[in-house]
Structures are given as C-alpha cells and as structure tokens.
Design a protein around this ligand. Structure first.
Ligand code: MRU
Length: 368
C-alpha cells in the first residue's frame, strides 16, 4: 500500500545491494525507517524485537532468513540450524513454522550448489503468494461489507471494528483484516473503522496510520470501548486477523480478541476472522489447550513509547517503580464465538467441516 504516495510492500529485495530490506516497525507510526537485514542473527532479532511483526510477515521474513543462511552455507546442518534458530524467535504465529517447513522441504532434495538460488526464489514466491492471498481475502470480505451497506440508508457508513494490526504492514501487502476495508473504500462504499488501541504495544496506532494514509475514516478507541459501542448499535461487523487457527476453527490472535468476540456474541454483532491458509495449523484442534501463548516482557506493560511534545520519540514509565507485570501476548477465541472465517478461497464456518470443505487437500495431508 502507499506511504506518502509511494507504493511499498512491508519487505522487499534490494537488487542493487542484493539484500532484504524491511520497514522497522518499532518507530511507526511516527517515523518511517527502512533497514537492511544482513545476518541470520539480525533476522532473528528483527522478529523478536518486532521490527517485523504480524503472522504472515514473520513467515515471509523467515523464508528470506533461510535464503541468507543457504547463501552462507548450503549444508544440511546449516539448514537445520537456520530452521531451529528462526523458529525459536516467536512461538505463537504458525506462519513462521509453515514458511520454514516449506523452505526445508523444498531445499532438502536439492544439491548444495543449487540451494542458495532456490531458497531466494522460494522466498520471493512466498512473499508474492502472500500478496495474492490477501488480495483474495479482501475480495471475499468485500461481499460481506456490501451486504451490510445494502441494508443501510444511502451514504451511511458500515461501521467495522478491528483489533491489533492485521494490516498491510503485518503481511507483505494488503493486510488480512484490512484488505476488505481497503477494497470497500476503493469501491466507493462508505465505511468507518473503530480501531482498538491494542495495549500494551498499541498496534492500533499502526492500523490508524495505515487507514489514515489510505483516506479511510476511523477512530482510535480504548481496548475497553468495543463492548459499549456494540451495546449501542455502533458496530456492524468485527473483522480481526489471526496468528494461528486450529483445524476446527479456534482462533488465536492478539490478546483481547477473545473479549471482543464475547461482546460481539452478546450483542448479535457478526465476528469474522480474516484467515490466510498458511495460518491454519492442521495439527491442532483445541486452541485453548494446545496453542503456545507468547509471554512478553513486563516492560511492555509498565512503559509506553510515543511521540514527545518536542517531536522526538520517547519512553515513559506508567506504573510505580518496581510494579510487577504479566504480559500474555495472545489469546484464543473458541470457534463457537466466530461467525465465519474469510479465507482466500471464500468464507466458511469456523469448524472442521468448514475448513476442510475449502481446503480438502490440506486437511487430508495433515490427517494422513
Ligand atoms: O504481536 P504481533 O503484533 O505480531 O501480533 C499481530 C497480530 O496479532 C495480528 O492480528 C495477526 O498476526 C494477524 S496479521 C495479518
């Protein structure tokens, strides 16, 4: 999508310097900084420090990390080391393991002399595929927004609510939850987006930056406001992203998503999840019992980064000195609370039958 009128993906290959470049998301929305990623350690740090973040983008980044590793040493041992090293960076988003498995399965049968070029070509392929998947998710989600818009008086906006940043910078382009929003806006359908701030890291500020850059009407709201807005008929549709969805349709996403789904259920608001197929973990069923939830540093709770009055970027402490914190970064929304899953192949029920109906070959492969 565009930043100040120039089209960007969230990562790209710099052909001149022969290196991957990323947007360092730690400084957004206040500062747009681009940096190269040069070593395997640097790839791992970029994921851990959330310079790159969002499940699909983590996966694509890891594929480029594998490409770098193969360029330095194309042996089986180096491949396995890169797999383990990168896979250990963040535990919840399944796209990381999906991308690393895909790379290793593709590269293992090749001669060592072929691996560096093949790994880079595959990383490009994974990145391009992600863009197409998200574009398709947007076209299916657009139909949902059109249906709601058709029942409203002309000109009245469809009011959506989203949590975290499942936007273009969380993917390679388009975003998952935001793709239907971009496509609705581009189709001339009036929309307004309630953007949850998403404490502690305030990814909602990233979503606000994205939507604002695209001219989409939105309001940044506290994480606690969604239920109130739903009770007062101010939300027509919730769309969130996901970091891992189980084969029966339980959805693991940024902490607080579950509470939004409960409030949506209680108020009869449709709750949809935008789900690229690489985010399905066919090996797990019960998300609450089986998905590992990342526990992040308590400093993310006790301190907040933002723009200072003199225009710089600063960090302040919001709690008394020494206050202990707890920081689970994701939660699981059981499938019973999910109205539907918006995938690149269409919309389905959040159920084993729904997902297997759209992705029969994947469901069969994992249960074999
Ligand atoms: O911790 P983050 O910022 O990587 O978490 C991101 C999310 O939870 C997104 O909603 C999810 O990855 C879907 S991104 C299209």
């Amino acid at each position: 999508m565009k930043v100040n009128g120039t089209h960007y993906r969230s990562l790209w290959w710099n052909h001149k310097d022969d290196v991957l470049e990323i947007i360092d998301q730690r400084w957004l929305p206040h500062d747009f900084r681009v940096q190269p990623v040069n070593t395997l350690q640097d790839f791992a740090d970029a994921i851990v420090e959330m310079r790159v973040r969002g499940a699909p983008l983590i996966g694509a980044t890891a594929a480029y990390g594998m490409a770098l590793a193969m360029r330095q040493d194309p042996s089986d041992a180096a491949m396995d080391h890169a797999w383990s090293f990168l896979n250990a960076t963040r535990p919840t988003a399944i796209n990381l393991r999906w991308a690393l498995d895909r790379c290793r399965n593709h590269l293992r049968p090749l001669a060592e002399s072929e691996r560096a070029a093949a790994a880079l070509a595959l990383a490009h392929e994974i990145a391009d595929e992600d863009v197409e998947i998200n574009r398709s998710i947007g076209s299916h989600g657009l139909e949902l927004i059109k249906e709601i818009a058709a029942k409203k008086p002309a000109g009245e906006p469809v009011r959506l609510l989203t949590h975290c940043n499942a936007g273009w910078i969380a993917t390679v382009d388009w975003g998952t939850a935001t793709s239907p929003m971009y496509q609705a806006h581009d189709a001339g359908i009036p929309i307004h987006v309630w953007v949850d701030e998403t404490r502690p890291r305030n990814q909602g500020a990233l979503t606000s930056w994205e939507l604002g850059s695209h001219g989409i009407s939105h309001s940044y709201i506290t994480d606690n406001a969604g239920g109130h807005l739903m009770q007062h008929g101010q939300v027509d549709l919730v769309i969130t992203g996901t970091d891992r969805t189980t084969r029966r349709g339980d959805v693991c996403n940024k902490i607080g998503t579950y509470l939004k789904a409960l409030a949506a259920k209680d108020n009869g608001v449709p709750f949809y999840v935008a789900l690229p197929s690489p985010t399905i973990d066919w090996t797990v069923s019960d998300g609450v019992a089986e998905i590992p939830i990342e526990e992040r540093s308590e400093r993310e709770i006790t301190h907040v980064q933002g723009k200072t009055e003199d225009g710089g970027i600063g960090v302040v402490q919001v709690t008394p000195d020494g206050t202990p914190g707890g920081n689970p970064a994701f939660d699981v929304t059981p499938n019973r609370l999910v109205t539907g899953l918006i995938t690149e192949r269409g919309i389905c029920d959040a159920s084993e039958e729904g997902l297997a109906g759209l992705f029969p070959e994947m469901a069969a492969a994992k249960s074999a």
